[in-house]
Ligand binder design. Structure first.
Ligand code: HEM
Ligand SMILES: *[C@@H]1O[C@H](CO)[C@@H](O)[C@H](O)[C@H]1NC(C)=O
Ligand SMILES: *[C@@H]1O[C@H](CO)[C@@H](O)[C@H](O)[C@H]1NC(C)=O
Length: 323
């Protein structure tokens, strides 16, 4: 029998609905490139000048900072959580599997932060500094530019387990990579474009050993050359460039490598191994303009992953510690 719809239930329901609607709006809160136009007008120039210096000193730093941003955004959103040191109340992301003895560039972010604080204290988040620095590093190495939305705030905590569970592994297959990216609102095209970040930077032997010793979809000369600096046992931390042709330039040669079966990581070569992404890889390998434009668009999308905005989180004074 149809009971009359009780009024209190209706009220409760509308409250739940409006809270829900509000939280949906919050999670899509718009970042704005002009967020600090009045409060920190020199922000972009300060970050750019520090990144120019850092990348001139060590080109790999552009790669390292780009990866930091990826690892920040994939763990509870782009909230600067990766920058937090471990404390007695939480174990942070720096010591998670994908970051420990691997993520680098924290000193560069610290030094940019102190320059920014000197110009406009207690105003700009570490999360926004990282987003700008990642873009500037890519540009320094010859890659595309994009407009960085700003207004992210910094997390007051960090999660080692989220970092372990949400950052994709280099041993993943295409289906796992696709679902890890989908969980962040990024589609397969974004995955393939963003993986082009591996046109710069380096990887440790432990992450490509199995690929060069055991896999068959690999160019034989390439495998031999990589084995020379990656013994079948030991030498775990020995480095190899992720891309063979122009490893310190941000270009589309990563995709030429994939087409030639010279992907260094298993997770690289799965993008060109008879699966759904082959056509796109081939097209990026032939057309750097389309790669650059898709990469830039996907970076903006990645940079929008659930930012803390408004009064959530805080503006950290020191990127390594909660205020
Ligand atoms: C698709 C899933 C991905 C996996 C499984 C993956 C995995 C890895 C691994 C294992 C390394 C080497 C780390 C080391 O040896 O210490 C690495 C390096 C790097 N990754 Fe990825 N990555 C992925 C996607 C991305 C994305 C989306 C970006 C940025 C947009 C990115 C940027 C980089 C960069 C620039 C480096 C070199 C860092 C350096 O030289 O310091 N990666 N990645
Ligand atoms: C910012 O700097 C001003 C002047 O140097 C100082 O008085 C103020 O306490 C600082 N604010 C914060 C939040 O650190
Ligand atoms: C090659 O694969 C076998 C079987 O999975 C494994 O035991 C071995 O450790 C692998 N070799 C290398 C060098 O990774």
């Amino acid at each position: 029998m149809a009971a009359p719809f009780p009024h209190h239930l209706f009220v409760t329901l509308s409250i739940i609905l409006s809270v829900l609607a509000c939280s949906i709006v919050m999670s899509h809160a718009q970042l704005s490139p002009n967020f600090y136009a009045k409060t920190c007008p020199n922000l972009q120039a300060i970050v750019l000048s520090a990144m120019k210096q850092a990348v001139t000193k060590e080109p790999r730093m552009g790669a390292s900072i780009l990866r930091l941003f990826f690892h920040d955004c994939f763990v509870n959103g782009c909230d600067g959580s990766i920058l937090l040191d471990d404390t007695s109340t939480f174990t942070g992301e720096k010591s998670a599997g994908p970051n420990q003895n691997s993520a680098r560039g924290f000193d560069v972010i610290d030094s940019i932060k102190s320059n920014v604080e000197a110009a406009c204290n207690a105003t700009v988040s570490c999360a926004d500094i990282l987003a700008l620095a990642a873009r500037d590093g890519v540009v320094q190495l010859g890659g595309p530019s994009w407009t960085v939305g700003l207004g992210r705030r910094d997390a007051r905590t960090a999660s080692q387990s989220a970092a372990n569970n949400q950052i994709p592994s280099p041993f993943s297959d295409l289906s796992t990579l696709t679902s890890r990216f989908a969980a962040k609102g990024l589609n397969a095209r974004d995955l393939t474009a963003l993986s082009g970040a591996h046109t710069i930077g380096q990887a440790q032997c432990q992450f490509f050993r199995n690929r060069v010793y055991n896999e068959t979809n690999i160019d034989a000369n390439f495998a031999t050359s990589r084995k020379a600096n990656c013994p079948s046992a030991g030498g775990n931390a020995n480095l190899s460039p992720l891309e063979t042709l122009t490893p310190a330039r941000f270009d589309n040669n990563y995709y030429r490598d994939l087409v030639a079966k010279r992907g260094l990581l298993h997770s690289d070569q799965v993008l060109f191994n008879g699966g759904t992404q082959d056509g796109l890889v081939r097209s990026y390998s032939a057309n750097s303009v389309s790669f650059f434009s898709d990469f830039a668009a996907a970076m903006v999308k990645m940079g929008n992953i659930s930012p803390l905005t408004g009064t959530s989180g805080e503006i950290r004074k020191n990127c390594r510690v909660v205020n």
